[in-house]
Design a binder for this molecule. Structure first.
Ligand code: PLP
Length: 428
């Protein structure tokens, strides 16, 4: 790719810089990963040239014989991977997948019960800034209060509140799933509540999709009417979304994606999704998923030992949500993210439940282990990462110490290159 970009030195320079950043800094954003070279190859393939509005066997453009096979392969692999009846692999993103489901199952003004953004939900779960809240009426549930009892730390989904709100508000749809929730997402109680009030159940599996595929997290597929997910987080595929559903909903879902919401599908990305699903079907993917969870636990324990408070007391999945206040009451999520950027540690600030600070400033950090697990790191590296992170935050006003941390980060990353095969090919 570098050679092919020779004619555009400006873009080539930027791509090289980003490759260096990814190779020399710690990638701890919970929604990111390093895809395989095969996923990169499909994403950068000639399939980007093709228009293919419609679905396999029913396209509005000619020349789609190969594209039909590609999309069918992606759909087959997705249904096999998750044990689902039907898959739509065309959503351009997780947000479009969610919008398509709402469009398929709801009338404007219908009530939806979903998790509040500042308690861990996603923008598309009815946040005031999202178009979802302008078309449908969202009612929000949250997590239980934090408790000082280490045996029952709280900050888990408040199922009593979900049931109470469902009985009172009679939603047409209940959404389970979150963007910053470190615990198991158990779909069964949501199914029971949905059945009691006659609601449909959508699980937004964006974050743990790869853990479910790798059998390190229970599957919501047997309980949900519809499951949406992103393909680029723990699942380790290209940027994009997908929808799984029962056969009886397939037509409505497909029509809502196209022509309801999107035009031509990104078939190069669909091919890359097929590659990622194929990789996730391999036994080695289960070892990866288990390692992601083990690494998150190790990182959580090391951070707790350094004086951070862990939201919900720990983690069951790939992410850790840290409350910075007990570590340093003056330190905001915004400042911590900026300091860590200078130290080569890439994280994102995040609100914590009942955060007194705004979503722009926050009192928390969200860290994930998927990317560095893919790069080959294990629990001992997680402990080292926690140490580096703490040093950078403690010495944030001393530029020389932050620079020393950055050098150590680069040294650690050098032992775990995300694309060793590409580096070997370049050297040869
Ligand atoms: N749903 C959840 C729970 C998410 O965490 C995200 C992304 O972070 C999305 C949906 C949206 O995905 P995308 O950014 O691909 O639109």
């Amino acid at each position: 790719f570098d050679t092919w970009l020779a004619g555009d030195p400006e873009v080539r320079k930027l791509l090289r810089e980003e490759a260096v950043r990814q190779r020399t800094c710690l990638q701890l954003i919970a929604s990111e990963n390093f895809t395989s070279p095969a996923v990169l190859a499909a994403t950068g393939s000639v399939l980007t040239n093709k228009y293919a509005e419609g679905y396999p066997g029913r396209r509005y453009y000619g020349g789609n014989q190969v594209i039909d096979e590609v999309e069918d392969l992606a759909r087959r692999r997705a249904t096999e991977l998750f044990g689902a009846e039907h898959a739509n692999v065309q959503p351009h993103s997780g947000a479009s997948a969610n919008l398509a489901v709402y469009q398929a199952l709801l009338e404007p003004g219908d009530t939806v019960l979903a998790m509040r953004l500042d308690q861990g939900g996603h923008l598309t779960h009815g946040a005031p800034a999202s178009i979802t809240s302008k078309i449908w009426r969202f009612v929000a549930y949250g997590v239980t209060p934090a408790s000082a009892d280490p045996a029952r730390p709280g900050e888990v989904i408040d199922l009593e509140q979900v049931a109470e709100l469902a009985r009172r508000e009679r939603p047409r749809l209940i959404v389970a799933g979150a963007t910053a929730y470190p615990r198991v997402l158990d779909a069964q109680p949501f199914r029971e509540i949905a059945d009691e009030v006659g609601a449909l159940l959508m699980v937004d599996l964006a974050h743990p999709a790869g853990l479910v595929a790798g059998k390190a997290h229970p599957s919501p597929v047997p309980f949900a009417d519809v499951v949406t997910f992103t393909t680029h987080k723990t699942l380790r595929g290209p940027r994009g979304g997908a929808i799984l559903c029962r056969e009886d909903l397939a037509k409505r879902i497909d029509q809502a994606v196209f022509p309801g919401l999107q035009g031509g599908p990104l078939e190069h990305v669909v091919a890359a999704k097929a590659v990622a699903f194929g990789e996730a079907l391999q036994p080695s993917f289960q070892a990866y998923a288990a390692a992601v969870v083990a690494n998150a636990r190790a990182l959580a324990e090391a951070l707790a030992a350094e004086g951070f408070r862990l939201v919900s007391g720990g983690t069951d999945n790939h992410l850790v949500l840290v409350d910075l206040r007990p570590f340093d009451p003056e330190l905001t999520g915004k400042e911590a993210q900026e300091v860590l950027d200078r130290a080569g540690i890439t994280v994102n600030r995040n609100t914590i439940p009942d955060d007194p600070r705004s979503a722009f400033v926050t009192s928390g950090l969200r860290l994930g282990t998927a990317a560095e697990t893919t790069a080959g790191m294990g629990p001992s590296e997680m402990a080292r990462i926690a140490g580096l992170l703490v040093r950078a935050l403690r010495c944030r006003h001393e530029d020389a110490e932050v620079a020393r941390v950055r050098a150590e980060v680069a040294e650690l990353c050098a032992s775990f290159p995300p694309y060793p095969e590409l580096e070997r090919a370049q050297e040869a």
